[in-house]
Each structure stands twice: as structure tokens, then as C-alpha cells.
Design a protein around this ligand. Structure first.
Ligand code: SF4
Length: 211
């Protein structure tokens, strides 16, 4: 897969609170709509304090292109309120002083934030060697039989973490995303052209209407 997609570029760490809000906006929508919603939100509210002081309806209006605006705006308000309560400002830099397990426990107390979102934050904002499992990664790990077919996303996260060599979690995650978007699509995967079909047991089983 590395020969097909390369080693993903190293980007600077994302601002943690921006990253957390972005992951809320990414739920049940495309990357393009997520990015449009985030840009519109930042244009309407250039700093997080002004968003925290706004009515939920105003936030919903700004993020409408990303879908589920009412639900996501409520979650964004809850997150901003929680962040402010924690340290009196709108920063999450203090999470870097906690262990990954502590960060996951802290963040997953919030409604709408699961292990995947916490892992994304740790991986992309704090450069922790951790493997986020989103819908694409979850599907591919099961098709490759790296985990059981009925393994939850959370279980897949913890099991895969034991299999991935140190320092490779982020590039492996990013390359699985590319694989999931180009070949290993939810419906009609392009197994015949897939760069890793030689090691994948799925194409044979797919004839028997496997997921
Ligand atoms: S061979 Fe098919 S099922 Fe296996 S990883 Fe490639 S696209 Fe996915």
C-alpha cells in the first residue's frame, strides 16, 4: 500500500480545539461539506469565545452546509462550554500533559465524542502514535480479517494498536483512508485493481455476499 499511496505528507499539528470541532462537523457528511461548514463557522465566529456566546441557532445557521446542523451546533456549544470550564479559556493544550488513556477517558465523557474522535485529536494535534478507526478503516480491517467481522470500531482500535509497528499508526491510518475512498469502497469495492488484493481474503468471500 505504501508503494501505491506513498508515505503521507507530514503536516504541522492541527490546533486541538479546531480539530475537535472539525471532527464534530465531519459526522455523517463528506469532507468537502465538513470543510465548507468549518470555513463558514470560522468566518462567522473568528474566535471560539464569540461562538460560545452565540445562540445555538446562530451556530446552526453557520454550519448548515455540513448537515445535522441542529445536533452539531448543540454539541459544539457543549464542547465550548466544557473547554471554558476546564481552564478558563478556549484552548486544549493542557491535554498534552495527560496520557492517551486519560485523554480518551476525559473526552469521551462529552456527548458525541467517542474513542475515534479522541484518537484523531491525539494523532493529529498531539502527534501521539495512535490509530484512529473511522468507518473506512473499520470496514477495511474487517475485510482484511485483521479483526473479527463483528468487531466494533472501538475494539478494532485497541486490537489494531497491538499489531501496528511503532511510529506507523498515522501513515497507516491515512493510507487506509485513501484505500477506502479509491478501492475498498463500502459498496462494489474494486478488488480486481486493489494494490493489496493478493493478501486480502475478502474478494473470495464477497462472492458469498459477505459484507
Ligand atoms: S481486495 Fe477488495 S476488499 Fe480487500 S482491501 Fe482491496 S478493495 Fe478491499
Amino acid at each position: 500500500m505504501k508503494s501505491e499511496f506513498g508515505d503521507p505528507d507530514k503536516k504541522p499539528p492541527a490546533n486541538p480545539l479546531d480539530n475537535l470541532i472539525l471532527t464534530i462537523l465531519s459526522q455523517s457528511t463528506s469532507d468537502r461539506n465538513r470543510d465548507t461548514a468549518f470555513t463558514d463557522l470560522k468566518e462567522r465566529f473568528p474566535d471560539w469565545e464569540s461562538a460560545a456566546e452565540a445562540e445555538t441557532d446562530e451556530i446552526a445557521a453557520a454550519i448548515r452546509p455540513g448537515g445535522l446542523a441542529n445536533q452539531k451546533s448543540a454539541r459544539i456549544k457543549d464542547i465550548l462550554r466544557w473547554v471554558k470550564q476546564k481552564r478558563g479559556d478556549y484552548k486544549l493544550d493542557w491535554l498534552k500533559d495527560m496520557t492517551p488513556d486519560e485523554v480518551i477517558a476525559e473526552l469521551t465523557q462529552l456527548k458525541g465524542i467517542g474513542v475515534k474522535t479522541a484518537a484523531v485529536l491525539l494523532c493529529f494535534s498531539f502527534e501521539v502514535d495512535i490509530f484512529p478507526v473511522d468507518v473506512h478503516v473499520h470496514r477495511i480491517c474487517r475485510r482484511l480479517e485483521l479483526v473479527l467481522h463483528n468487531a466494533s470500531a472501538e475494539k478494532t482500535h485497541y486490537q489494531m494498536q497491538t499489531l501496528i509497528p511503532p511510529g506507523r499508526s498515522k501513515p497507516f491510518h491515512l493510507n487506509l483512508l485513501k484505500l477506502g475512498r479509491t478501492y475498498c469502497r463500502p459498496a462494489n469495492p474494486k478488488c480486481g485493481e486493489c494494490p493489496i488484493n493478493i493478501i486480502c481474503p475478502y474478494p473470495v468471500k464477497s462472492k458469498a455476499s459477505h459484507d
